[in-house]
Design a protein. Structure first.
Length: 578
């Protein structure tokens, strides 16, 4: 088959179709499924980069630009698809569902505003400060490496193998009684394989602590008999994240200020252009207008949300650029807290306004990360921005379709888990992101002092833990001890995963049920054991870390489990319709 000439309309049609109609929806299904089942999602850049390289392999080394365009569009589609949880939150809150076209239009406006803000800050974060953006660097390395067809075939084979296992595990959990009894979740296991044992075990430790303290919480009236522990531990977890984030943000802003003071050659390309300022103003006004007209939102709160995006997109962008963490949930929850402090007591208004922060911040940071990849590869920034925008259009439609499809196929997703007793909590569909959103919104109308106390206690735990972790890591004596021997490495692992785990990792155990934490930890342990095995020095030497066997198989498990769930859902809907 003869490939289109680069930079022709046929060329962009091919790349756009691959990104928006094939790889983007595949990543979107996986991302939405992860948010519905777990409460977080793994970005689809690596998956899209590998499969996109298969499309552009015929162009040789120059194909990396086309593959980058594909992964840019696909990442936008999948990132927007993950935002289907917003519609689930509306269902849990008992909101009347607006027409589908209004939901799509609102999500579209927010996404367009987000990529505009991301592009606005790109000259500062990418061109001038030249932040690392670890995931962006990894994707750039992947696209360079996959000009080697042997590596490309090997990577696709591992992804496909993981997807096959994910499909088999999902089918087995619904057909084999004992697999269902142990709450087997291929996607949770696969996510653990991607993050490793340190994070997986830390999450399990957090879950075990919540489970162990349940009788105490019942005795002091913070939980009713039969309530799941996460009904209160999610508040501790939110506080822990905010405490740790306060330390990190302060350090990040200090480092960012130091970088900005460095002498960097003035480059016209590194200056924001007038058209992007106009873009941001236009789509910001569209967000305010559609929220007011279609959802009856007070203009003041909508305007507040739009302005807060300008702050969070910068702070979160610095976080993504330096440590590859985008605390979008914190942006949502902090917005709710700020609005409640200003007197807002209507959670429905808080949900619609905070959605602006959730979606815009996610897409803005994706824009910055994708541009960091393009900057390293020398990809045309304006063409890449066009693919990002096109992905937002397709993603807005996909988010609404996936929300409707999954919730119609699996009615359990419509149940408000914040009010369900422990014995009715679904094992497979923990929906931790929706849980924390709805829990935070409900606190606006339920004046329960112990809930605020739980957040403050969590904040103190997160603050102290993160300070101690960073102080220990800064000690040259400790680093030498941890690197010198097996005993030191073992002690470092126990400190990092059990004794003083990262608040970001351990807080995850406060948002999900114990079986989910257990499968997450099991995947992490298996991946770490596999990675520790001695291998020939030349094996996979050319592969970036994100393309390790465990990462690729783990990503395949997530995609396979999601596709199986989607297939079951479509089959069930067709059976009902017939």
């Amino acid at each position: 088959m003869r490939l289109p000439t680069p930079n022709t309309w046929q060329y962009h049609l091919l790349l756009g179709a691959a990104g928006m109609l094939v790889l983007g929806p595949l990543g979107g299904v996986a991302a939405a499924y992860m948010n519905f089942s777990l409460g977080f999602f793994v970005g689809g850049q690596v998956l899209a980069g590998i499969l996109g390289s298969a499309v552009t392999a015929g162009y040789g080394a120059a194909g990396r630009h086309g593959a980058n365009y594909i992964q840019t569009a696909a990442a936008s589609v999948s990132g927007m698809g993950a935002m289907a949880v917003v519609i689930q939150a509306m269902q849990w809150m008992g909101m009347a569902q607006p027409p589908w076209w209004q939901l799509i239009g609102y999500m579209l406006c927010i996404g367009m505003y987000g990529v505009g803000v991301g592009m606005l800050y790109t000259p500062l974060l990418v061109d001038r400060m030249q932040l690392t953006f670890p995931s962006g660097l990894a994707v750039a390395n992947i696209l360079r490496a996959l000009t080697d067809r042997v590596l490309l075939r090997r990577s696709i084979a591992r992804l496909a193998g993981g997807m096959g296992l994910g499909v088999l595990a999902s089918v087995g959990a619904t057909r084999i009684a004992w697999l269902g009894a142990i709450d087997l979740s291929a996607s949770t296991f696969g996510a653990g394989m991607i993050v490793g044992a340190r994070i997986g075990i830390a999450a399990l430790v957090g879950g075990l602590v919540g489970w162990a303290l349940t009788p105490y919480f019942v005795s002091i009236g913070w939980l009713a008999p039969g309530d799941p522990y996460r009904k209160i531990t999610f508040l501790f977890a939110l506080g822990m994240i905010m405490g740790a984030a306060a330390v990190d943000v302060l350090l990040l802003l200090t480092r960012a200020w130091q970088r900005s003071r460095q002498r960097v050659p003035d480059d016209v390309a590194a200056r924001p252009q007038r058209w992007i300022v106009a873009w941001v103003v236009f789509w910001g006004a569209a967000v305010v207008g559609t929220g007011a007209l279609w959802f009856g939102q007070p203009v003041g709160y909508q305007l507040m949300a739009v302005l807060l995006v300008l702050i969070f997109a910068l702070v979160n962008g610095i976080s993504v650029g330096m440590v590859d963490q985008n605390p979008i949930s914190s942006a949502f929850v902090l917005t709710v807290i700020l609005m409640a402090a200003l007197g807002l007591r209507e959670p429905h208004i808080g949900l619609i306004a905070a959605t602006v922060l959730l979606v815009s911040t996610a897409e803005a940071c994706d824009m910055q990360q994708d541009r960091s990849t393009g900057w390293r590869l020398g990809t045309d920034r304006m063409v890449q921005f066009g693919y990002q925008v096109a992905g937002i259009v397709a993603g807005a439609v996909l988010a609404v379709l996936l929300a409707r499809l999954f919730m119609d196929a699996y009615p359990v997703l419509r149940l408000d888990q914040t009010v369900l007793p422990a014995d009715q909590q679904p094992a497979r569909w923990t929906s931790a992101m929706t849980y924390k959103f709805v829990g935070a919104l409900r606190s606006m109308t339920e004046d329960r002092p112990y809930q605020r106390l739980a957040v403050w206690i969590g904040l103190a735990i997160g603050l102290v833990t993160e300070i101690l972790r960073k102080a220990i890591r800064m000690s040259a004596r400790y680093r030498a001890f941890a690197d010198r021997s097996r005993t030191g490495k073992a002690c470092d692992f126990l400190l990092d995963a059990v004794v003083l785990p990262s608040p970001y990792a351990s807080s995850f155990g406060g948002f999900v049920n114990l079986p989910a934490s257990a499968w997450f930890a099991a995947g992490g342990v298996l991946a770490s054991l596999v990675e520790c095995r001695p291998r020939p020095a030349a094996q996979d030497a050319a592969l970036p870390e994100d393309m390790s066997t465990t990462s690729l198989v783990g990503g395949g498990l997530i995609a396979g489990d999601a596709l199986a769930a989607l297939g079951f859902g479509i089959a069930g809907l067709l059976a009902v319709m017939s």
